[in-house]
Design a protein around this ligand. Structure first.
Ligand code: N01
Length: 502
């Protein structure tokens, strides 16, 4: 297939019917990219009441993106006037909504449509929605995200608590924080942000930290200067693109320091240690806040407020293991009772579920649970043996810790568009990655994960239940190469299954 097939002009072609599941960053990137490539028969099914995915569901106080805003946007939809260098969650959700409206993607969108099942029919997909409706599609694209299913820990007695228990990813509007005794459990990016936000209001805040985190200082509250917004507003699209490319290139530093050991990694790690020394002068508290694993091993937490918050007079760090929740609060293994009015679970997500618990059945009735019995895996993040005409965007091994998500999603969508173009040109009816190709890719990933910092002995949400790191261990150039022109040798490409519809 040549590139021109991709770029519209499909005289006499057969338009593929495409269903995309999810209208978060991945789903919006996919819909926009496919539209740009000339595909029009798209339906985006989103279970939420609005677009945005994680940015729609997460509304907890203090929610801020820890990726600079100028990087946390689509290449095709630059926003010149972000309010801050690190944008608040609400502004990102508004941006995503705005992109959908501006690009007229809303006409493809069905909100409140939760996909409960999808079955490969031999030539395409039959998709079942919770409201009882079904859709037929030639291709199914799962853009269901990573930080999707909140994780609620199985703490004994949690259901006996007399006050309120709130998960950060399902924050209710009517919760009172002022002058309350608040317990926050968990110290990932979310826990650190919400402790900083709630501490000034709470009468007392107890932060339950099972494993301390390295917290790097970054100017999270810094406003984007008006002059920058004005300048960006005036630059032509080509200049925006150039700026985006420069930022992408600069962000390669993150892939570099995380994927292989070097003096650059050591320097970044030394910075994390320095931040702790500098911001926590009290030796005893500093000792308690010092992790026993390398900085960058878990998803790095950035904050300019956490250490100040935890040192405040009304805040307390609790490292004693939680024994149980009682009607009055939390009892720890050292026998202490912590009386609280509100328990906040900042305990993260079941990050490796992807499209599960949806009932997904591929060729010969193979379920996704069977296919992933040994953990989630996909060829180049996007294709799964046994699941023809199905692709994932930001699927297994996506770079949630090193490369721009938007970039990765757009690149994957362009890769998928190449297959769709071949369907349109009647070069294929179904396409399925082979088992050996997927195994080969997974072996390459496993070997490349060896020297990554994520593999240096910490427990993090990057690890699957099987203990493997579910991340992209290569650099961006490798990603661009692997998601360039599809390699037919890795696929079963079948033709003449579908009678002409036109
Ligand atoms: O979740 P996490 P998160 N008892 O999995 C603890 C993104 N994000 O929501 O380390 C006690 O990192 C657990 O303890 P331990 C970002 O990618 C982005 O904070 O397992 N504690 C840990 O401390 C981030 O990495 C932004 O010992 C329990 C915490 O819960 C990802 O979301 C903002 C426990 C979970 O931390 C997830 O972050 C916010 C138990 N039984 C989040 N069970 C941006 O700015 C779990 N924990 C883009």
């Amino acid at each position: 297939m040549n590139r021109s097939n991709l770029e519209g002009g499909h005289m006499g072609g057969r338009e593929p019917k495409v269903v995309i599941i999810g209208a978060g960053v991945a789903g919006i990137a996919t819909a926009a990219t496919l539209r740009e490539a000339g595909f029009t028969d798209l339906t985006v099914l989103e279970k939420g009441t609005d677009v945005g995915g994680v940015w729609h569901w997460n509304r907890y106080p203090g929610l801020t993106c820890d990726v600079p805003s100028q990087m946390y946007q689509f290449s095709f939809a630059p926003k010149p006037d972000w309010s801050r260098v690190f944008a608040p969650g609400e502004e990102i959700q508004r941006y995503l909504r705005d992109v959908v409206d501006r690009l007229d993607l809303a006409r493809h969108l069905r909100l409140g449509a939760e996909v409960v099942g999808a079955e490969f029919t031999g030539a395409g997909w039959r998709i079942s929605v919770a409201d009882g409706s079904t859709l037929e599609a030639d291709f199914l694209i799962a853009a269901t995200g990573v930080l999707h299913h909140p994780f609620t820990p199985d703490i004994p007695g949690l259901d006996t608590f007399a006050g309120r228990v709130v998960h950060t990813a399902r924050w209710p509007e009517d919760v009172t924080m002022r002058d309350r005794r608040i317990a926050v459990i968990g110290t990932g990016s979310t826990g650190v942000q919400i402790v900083s936000a709630l501490q000034p209001e709470a009468s007392h805040l107890a932060h339950f930290v099972r494993t301390p985190q390295w917290v790097m200082w970054a100017p999270m509250g810094l406003r984007q200067p008006a002059v920058v917004s004005a300048l960006l507003d005036k630059v032509p699209p080509a200049a925006h693109r150039a700026l985006y490319d420069v930022l992408l290139w600069a962000s390669g530093i993150l892939a570099d320091i995380t994927t292989r050991p070097s003096w650059r990694r050591r320097l970044a790690q030394e910075y994390a240690r320095w931040c702790l020394r500098r911001q926590v002068p009290e030796p005893e508290l500093r000792r308690r806040l010092t992790p026993d694993y390398q900085p960058l091993c878990k998803r790095q937490v950035l904050s300019n407020t956490y250490y100040r918050a935890i040192r405040a007079g009304n805040a307390e760090l609790v490292e004693a293991p939680i024994e149980r929740v009682t009607p009055r609060g939390i009892r720890t293994a050292d026998g202490r009772e912590h009386d609280v009015d509100l328990i906040v679970l900042a305990t993260g997500f079941q990050a490796h579920n992807y499209m599960r618990p949806m009932n997904l059945r591929g060729r010969d009735g193979l379920t996704i649970d069977e296919a992933w019995a040994k953990g989630p895996r996909a060829y180049r993040m996007t294709a799964i043996p046994g699941f023809p005409n199905l692709f994932t965007v930001l699927g297994p091994n996506s770079p949630t810790g090193s490369i721009s998500l938007q970039y990765s999603a757009e690149l994957t969508a362009r890769y998928i568009a190449r297959w769709l173009a071949r369907f349109r040109d009647r070069e294929l009816d179904t396409v399925e990655v082979t088992e050996p190709a997927a195994t080969r890719f997974n072996d390459q990933v496993a070997a490349a994960l060896g020297p990554t910092v994520w593999n240096t002995g910490c427990n993090s949400w990057y690890l699957t239940e099987e203990g493997t790191v579910d991340l992209w261990p290569f650099d961006r150039a490798t990603m661009a190469e692997l998601l360039g022109e599809p390699d037919d040798r890795d696929f079963l490409v079948r033709q003449n299954l579908i009678p002409d519809r036109f």
